[in-house]
Write a protein that binds this ligand. Structure first.
Ligand SMILES: [Zn+2]
Ligand SMILES: [Zn+2]
Length: 130
């Protein structure tokens, strides 16, 4: 099991299997939300253990479609916990254990600020993945 939690510990979850994909999104929205490092997990492998009442959902205005969740006590970005999709992103920052996968891609590299240097050999996409 791979455990995850928010900063204050109110929200706790676990993954039965490692994420299918992991990458960094350099878009300004992920950066501002503090959720640039994302791991895609299968809905079936994700179990929320505690803190359902602390999960706040932010629904963006169109054209943006990516809803985000965060802990309303401590503000930790959680990704898209509660999604109905078969696979959804969670914020890698919340993981307490090694996810057993590394960074496989960088997306929206065209929006990356100059102060952030990419220091790995993962595939880079100027915008979203092709
Ligand atoms: Zn919290
Ligand atoms: Zn993004």
């Amino acid at each position: 099991m791979i455990k995850g939690s928010c900063c204050c510990g109110s929200v706790k979850f676990e993954l039965a299997s490692p994420p299918g994909m992991m990458g960094i999104c350099h878009c300004s929205r992920c950066r501002k939300a503090g959720a640039s490092a994302l791991a895609f997990v299968d809905k079936d492998s994700f179990t929320l253990l505690d803190g359902r009442e602390f999960i706040q959902r932010y629904e963006p205005d169109p054209p943006f479609t990516y809803a985000r969740t965060f802990c309303k006590n401590c503000g930790t970005s959680l990704g898209e916990i509660g999604s109905e999709n078969d696979s959804f992103p969670i914020s890698v920052n919340c993981l307490d254990d090694d996810p057993e996968v590394g960074i496989q891609f960088h997306v929206y590299v065209g929006s990356k600020p100059a102060w952030y240097g990419i220091c790995d050999n993962a595939k880079q996409f100027p915008e979203g993945p092709a």
